[in-house]
Design a protein around this ligand. Structure first.
Ligand code: HEM
Length: 149
């Protein structure tokens, strides 16, 4: 009986565990949780991607302005956060790093407001240049404020 019990356990436990893992009942070790900053950045990314095409089409200006409003709100929320990378900065330099991040986000939000002005004015060349400025801030921002730059 005892032997049967342990044989049963040896044969079925791995299968039960595998099943539970597959069903998500037991969670496998995961990456760290998504930060609030990451969540807002995903909203920024989706919006900026959509704006690439919609800003080229004057008949879609209302749609562009609506998308842009979601990006602006996400950028404003992101501005209040602290990048994960701050934890890896030596203590004596951390305050300056966080201030630098915040000032860069102020510039980013400003570029989003300038894109809004351009859309309201309706000059295609100015819209294109304003969009490019917004777009290009991704690489420069990430270079300075993310670990994998
Ligand atoms: C068009 C502009 C931008 C786009 C599309 C964008 C997009 C993203 C995306 C997709 C992520 C990763 C989210 C994830 O892993 O789930 C991210 C992370 C991040 N971005 Fe941006 N980003 C932009 C501009 C900026 C700017 C201007 C800054 C800095 C001033 C910045 C700072 C960061 C930081 C620090 C993270 C890491 C998250 C953390 O530390 O918690 N991003 N961004």
């Amino acid at each position: 009986m005892k032997l049967h019990g342990s044989l049963f356990a040896v044969l079925t436990l791995p299968a039960l565990l595998a099943g539970a893992l597959a069903l998500g009942a037991i969670s496998a070790p995961q990456e760290e949780e998504e930060t609030e900053l990451e969540k807002q950045m995903v909203v920024v990314e989706d919006g900026v991607k959509a704006l690439r095409r919609s800003t080229r089409d004057p008949s879609r200006v209302a749609e562009s302005l609506a998308t842009l409003a979601t990006v602006q709100a996400a950028a404003l929320a992101a501005k209040q956060e602290v990048p994960v990378m701050a934890a890896a900065i030596p203590e004596g330099e951390r305050e300056a790093f966080v201030k630098g991040y915040r000032k860069e986000m102020v510039i980013f939000v400003t570029s989003l407001l300038e894109l809004e002005t351009a859309l309201l004015d309706g000059d295609a060349d100015v819209i294109k240049a304003a969009y490019r400025t917004v777009h290009d801030m991704e690489d420069s921002g990430h270079e300075r404020f993310t670990e994998d730059g």
